[in-house]
Write a protein that binds this ligand. Structure first.
Ligand code: G
Ligand code: G
Ligand code: MN
Ligand code: NA
Length: 254
């Protein structure tokens, strides 16, 4: 079976599951959101990470179908958690550029929310810079309609793409997630500190909160506090967690 046919079969047979990585406030440690990350439960090869199949899904266009499946799974999971938990934090879903261009994300999400009776305020969308930085009127109107329903829009992997200040301003994002490469650099170079500071200043001026991705140690958390970073995510805070019966939020730190 070639890889493409295998992935197609996996989407049809739903061989995927989601894990959830917390994103926490840098001062209180309160979980702000859980990022949904897809895994392929392969019948022979075990649990596969996105690096092994997202590229193929994108190249073949299958990421549109896979993305719709992910949206449905997340909404179903939120509905299950809500049977156990009185209050839930939102879940952020990674949306690939193709889903925005060809996938009708607005209706797919709207239908999944209705089907599972989930309020839109429990959903956030993570989009990479490249998917929104072409001045596509359809994409920006989809984004602002979603925001009007209470869905936060996050820029993912910030710093790796080609966004300009004017585009960030025009699109009115809620949260900027700074790529883990920049988090790694604050400890190792003076330029790294300067660069991160500049991002925070810019994001705050535009009304966005700043998340440092890929936080792996306490020294980074301390530095990020002095840099006025708002939220952190990474293995030091928590690895991605299985869903469980209750939402796997972290206890606040003191
Ligand atoms: O889970 P992990 O940290 O290995 O994810 C690696 C990459 O795969 C990240 O860039 C992440 O955005 C992407 N990814 C994870 N889950 C999803 C998903 O459900 N949909 C899309 N489009 N990308 C995902
Ligand atoms: O592009 P995106 O931000 O969606 O990617 C999330 C990916 O980053 C996931 O594959 C996740 O497993 C990985 N990740 C999350 N936290 C850390 C971390 O602290 N260090 C490293 N190296 N990877 C991380
Ligand atoms: Mn992400
Ligand atoms: Na990211």
């Amino acid at each position: 079976l070639d890889r493409e046919a295998e992935l197609r079969r996996a989407i049809e047979g739903d061989e995927f599951l989601m894990v959830y990585q917390p994103r926490v406030d840098i001062l209180s440690g309160m979980t702000q959101s859980m990022e949904a990350l897809v895994r392929w439960q392969h019948p022979e090869r075990g649990l596969l990470e996105p690096a092994e199949f997202i590229g193929l899904a994108e190249d073949t266009g299958m990421v549109v179908e896979l993305g719709a499946l992910v949206i449905d799974k997340v909404c179903a999971q939120i509905a299950r958690w809500s049977e156990h938990d009185a209050a839930l934090v939102p879940v952020s879903i990674n949306v690939s550029p193709q889903q925005f261009r060809n996938g009708d994300v607005g209706s797919v999400l709207g239908e999944a929310l209705a089907r599972h009776k989930v309020p839109p305020s429990l959903i956030e969308l993570e989009i990479t810079e490249s998917s929104v930085m072409d001045e596509d009127a359809a994409v920006s109107s989809t984004l602002s309609q979603l925001q009007k329903q209470g869905i936060k829009i996050l820029v993912d992997d910030f710093g790796t793409g080609y966004s300009s200040l004017s585009q960030l301003h025009r699109l009115d994002f809620d949260v900027l997630k700074v790529d883990q490469a920049f988090t790694a650099n604050i400890e190792t170079s003076a330029e790294g500190m300067v660069f991160f500071t500049a991002i925070v200043t810019m994001a705050h001026a535009l009304g966005m909160r700043v998340v440092a991705e890929g936080v792996e140690n306490l020294a980074q958390v301390r530095l990020l506090r002095t840099l006025q970073c708002d939220e952190v995510q990474g293995f030091f805070i928590s690895r991605p967690l299985p869903a469980g019966d209750s939402q796997p939020v972290l206890p606040p730190r003191t």
